[in-house]
Write a protein that binds this ligand. Structure first.
Ligand code: ASP
Length: 584
């Protein structure tokens, strides 16, 4: 090594030692007779200094030439600092320089390389290598490494085997568009990049591998929503000879292990809730359970009192915001505006203030007496000082809107505590989802998910009532992972594919390989996949997964550092037999 120690290593114990450090010049301070250099590397910062009368004059000259982010090798003696810096692990010492070697000069960086920087997102993305020198990014990458290491530790102990599956494959339907790669050797033909290794991991089960996992890149060509990456990482897992309960236990165990080893947090046992219950109580299949505010259906007590809006509504439903009766007119108007935003989509908002003196003040006083409102409060378990918020309309859209309002109120009332983790399994998802636009069913999870055995009879007669043997892991309103028990029987797989609108020929050409495999001894099996980037973001306590990826793409799916995607030459297009197609 060019160095004897790192910049985060030296302590009082090292005093009087001769050391060599390498790193980047964070800053220099020149006081004429004294000159200091803060030297930074991945491990920390060490203060170097020169002193008139003691240090060589040439060294002063040399040090004055150093710019920010120059890479240097510095030799010197460790001495005790006169004014110690308790903020810095190396703050008890400094290094009296005897030699400086510039390993590489550097241009002035376009933003400051400190924990708090002045660089905007785009600029930092373009100079990602400079951004990576900052602690907030560096620390997240190290934490990501630790998470991956503990995933491997835990699963290895449980006899899982990490197996790599191919990247050049053919379509695996997970509900997004495929990225495709043209084949030069087979003009006009294309590989698809995996949306997930789903079919391969199932085939590994047929291959007897029994317990598989992989930390793996997946690719989905989706319209870019905030915080989506076209390529992302999953912890992908599959097990044979299991039932749902085995999977839930194994992977609840994994996530508890990760929280314990990486964050020293003991997670409680996970709550469980059916999809139907989650939708009824929270209007969401990924409810944030750090706080309550469950929905209360009000139809029975509010209808037939001449309030038209409620009378014609399929669902009248409300939540109680604790302690919010003190909301001002302005705050209530802002809430109304919030629910009327197109993304939320409610027509209006009804409120009831439960005053401290036991009276009620509502936006519908014209239609409802104090006794009526007292009945609402009783049903909703609202106390004096609370605010009742009610929406009405068609069931699904009203639930969705109230779910948004519930989350908004939680933010306003500071109930989203970053240090609390409320884990949950959501179970019994519907197997299928009806799409109005295309007038057909889609698999809610993917086409390989097994229906609940008791519902199989309803598959053709009442498809939307069929529940899937599928589960999601949700923590604090974030879907961390999802999976299912799979179909392992060719005939049942064919039936599901038919429901999804595949002709037998289409099914054969797309998934024939899987159905063939099912004919050669497929064991019962099931699995799960976790969004690893999202998991890292949760562990780091940040909202954006981009901060936890070394080289992410921006909101428009571009890598602005390498400038990709980019145009390719005509020659290359021709070689790939693409030129004609594009000209058309
Ligand atoms: N392949 C699924 C997904 O990517 C996960 C699973 O079913 O195991 O969501």
């Amino acid at each position: 090594m060019l160095r004897t120690h790192t910049c985060g290593e030296l302590r009082a114990d090292n005093i009087a030692q001769e050391v060599v450090l390498c790193g980047w010049v964070k800053k220099t301070r020149d006081k004429g007779k004294l000159l200091w250099i803060d030297l930074r590397d991945r491990y920390g910062i060490t203060q170097l200094f020169l002193e008139e009368g003691v240090s060589d004059n040439n060294l002063f000259e040399q040090a004055r030439e150093l710019g920010r982010e120059f890479v240097i090798k510095a030799k010197g003696t460790v001495v005790e600092r006169a004014s110690k810096n308790p903020e810095l692990p190396t703050g008890d010492i400094e290094v009296r320089l005897t030699q400086i070697e510039v390993l590489n000069a550097a241009k002035t960086p376009p933003f400051i390389i400190e924990d708090e920087t002045d660089g905007g997102d785009e600029l930092r993305a373009q100079y990602r290598y400079l951004d990576l020198r900052r602690n907030p990014l560096k620390d997240k990458l190290i934490m990501r490494h630790n998470l991956a290491k503990e995933v491997r530790n835990y699963l290895d102990k449980q006899a899982f085997v990490e197996v790599e599956t191919p990247v050049l494959i053919k379509s695996t339907p997970e509900g997004a568009r495929d990225f495709v790669v043209p084949s030069r050797m087979h003009p006009g033909e294309f590989y698809a990049l995996p949306q997930s290794p789903q079919t391969f991991k199932q085939i590994l089960m047929v291959g007897g591998m029994d317990k598989y996992f992989q930390i793996v890149k997946c690719f989905r060509d989706e319209d870019l929503r905030a915080d989506r990456q076209p390529e992302f990482t999953q912890i992908d897992c599959e097990m044979a000879f299991v039932e749902r309960e085995d999977i839930l236990q194994t992977f609840e165990g994994l996530v508890k292990h990760l929280f314990k080893t990486v964050k020293n947090i003991e997670l409680p046992d996970f709550q469980r809730m059916s999809y139907d219950e989650a939708m009824e109580k929270y209007g969401s299949d990924k409810p944030d359970l750090r706080f309550g505010m469950p929905f209360v259906k009000l139809n029975e007590i509010v209808q037939n009192k001449d309030f038209k809006v409620f009378d014609v509504a399929e669902l009248v439903v409300g939540i109680v915001a604790e302690g919010a009766a003190s909301y001002s007119r302005k705050q209530l108007d802002a809430l109304t505006n919030f629910v009327q935003k197109p993304q939320v989509g409610a027509k209006g908002l009804v409120y009831v203030k439960c005053n401290e003196d036991g009276t009620f003040k509502s936006s519908v006083d014209k239609f409802y007496s104090q006794e009526d409102l007292s009945e609402w409060a009783k049903l909703m378990n609202a106390q004096a000082g609370d605010l009742i918020l009610v929406l009405a309309g068609e069931t699904n859209s009203t639930r969705k809107a109230l779910s948004e309002l519930r989350l908004e109120m939680a933010s306003q009332l500071n109930l989203k505590d970053k240090d609390i983790f409320a884990p949950l399994w959501v179970l019994d998802f519907p197997l299928l989802e009806w799409d109005e636009e295309t007038q057909r069913y889609y698999a809610m999870h993917h086409p390989f998910t097994s229906p609940n055995p008791e519902d199989i009879d309803k598959m053709e007669t009442d498809p939307s009532a069929v529940r899937a043997n599928a589960y999601d892991m949700v923590i604090n309103g974030v879907e961390l992972g999802g999976g299912s028990i799979r179909i392992h029987d060719k005939a049942l797989q064919q039936r599901v594919l038919r429901l999804l609108g595949f002709s037998d020929e289409e099914a054969k050409s797309q998934f024939g390989f899987l159905m063939n495999a099912f004919e050669y001894g497929a064991p019962p099996h099931g699995g799960i996949a976790f969004g690893f980037d999202r998991m890292c973001a949760m562990f780091a306590g940040v909202d954006s997964i981009r901060d936890c990826i070394a080289f992410p793409k921006n909101n428009a799916g571009r890598d602005v550092m390498i400038d990709s995607p980019s145009i390719i030459g005509l020659e290359q297009l021709e070689e790939l037999a693409l030129r004609l197609e594009i000209a058309k």
